[in-house]
Design a protein around this ligand. Structure first.
Ligand SMILES: C[S@@+](CC[C@H](N)C(=O)[O-])C[C@H]1O[C@@H](n2cnc3c(N)ncnc32)[C@H](O)[C@@H]1O
Length: 208
């Protein structure tokens, strides 16, 4: 038996794959953020909501995964800043089977009608990243996982460093009822608080 980690997309049930539905139908234990568990109201599996105590969740998985089908739900794609990483670190790749999902980053680029083969993805979701901004500014497409005031301030500092060459797009609540894509000036980030579900795209003017 393997632990199955399912990418559940950016939040809308429309962005869930049939593969994930099939796996969830066979789950005995479902582990994930409440908003992901809520995507499967018909599931008869035991549900454990994930909060801040990741170690506690890993211990529960540890005690169950060899006897019962444990399914871990993550937002978007498991490969981009998700619970998949601590699960893989703890149990190893051979013990896990990953099902890809539609990432919020993919949806953000799709909304702008841009390809993203040359994009750099930056995680500012949990804490601000430590990059040499001069190096980072050599890339022409940056996707930044935001959703915290501090992340917005970090994006502002990137914009200040790189001048007017880049355009800034804030992609909030992708696929959800409050979805909003807004082009902003860096100083606009001082204003209204953005959604906790926000991807920033910083795109060099040459690419638009
Ligand atoms: C822990 S990371 C998970 C990323 C996820 N694995 C993915 O591939 O989208 C959480 C961050 O993803 C982004 N995010 C997730 N869902 C989103 C949505 N519906 N709209 C905008 N951003 C979203 C936000 O930047 C949020 O802070």
């Amino acid at each position: 038996m393997k632990i199955i980690v399912c990418g559940c997309g950016p939040g809308s049930p429309d962005y869930l794959t049939p593969a994930v539905h099939r796996v969830v139908a066979g789950a005995v234990l479902l582990v994930g953020a409440k908003r992901l568990l809520d995507l499967f109201p018909a599931s008869g599996a035991e549900q454990i909501p994930v909060g801040a105590d990741i170690e506690g969740i890993l211990k529960i998985i540890e005690s169950r995964w060899q006897q019962q089908q444990v399914v871990v739900l993550v937002t978007g794609d498991p490969g981009i800043s998700s619970l998949a990483q601590p699960v893989l670190r703890r149990f190893g790749r051979d013990a896990c089977f990953l099902i890809p999902g539609i990432s919020s980053v993919q949806v953000a680029f799709a909304r702008l009608g841009l390809d993203w083969i040359d994009a750099k993805i930056i995680d500012a979701h949990g804490k601000n990243p430590e990059y040499d901004l001069e190096d980072l500014g050599k890339g022409k497409k940056l996707a930044i996982l935001g959703g915290r005031q501090e992340a917005s301030a970090w994006v502002q500092s990137c914009c200040r460093q790189w001048g007017d060459d880049y355009r800034l797009f804030c992609c909030e609540n992708l696929s959800l009822p409050g979805e909003r894509i807004s082009e902003m000036a860096p100083e606009d980030l001082d204003g209204p608080v953005l959604s906790s579900l926000t991807v920033f795209l910083l795109i060099h003017g040459d690419c638009l």
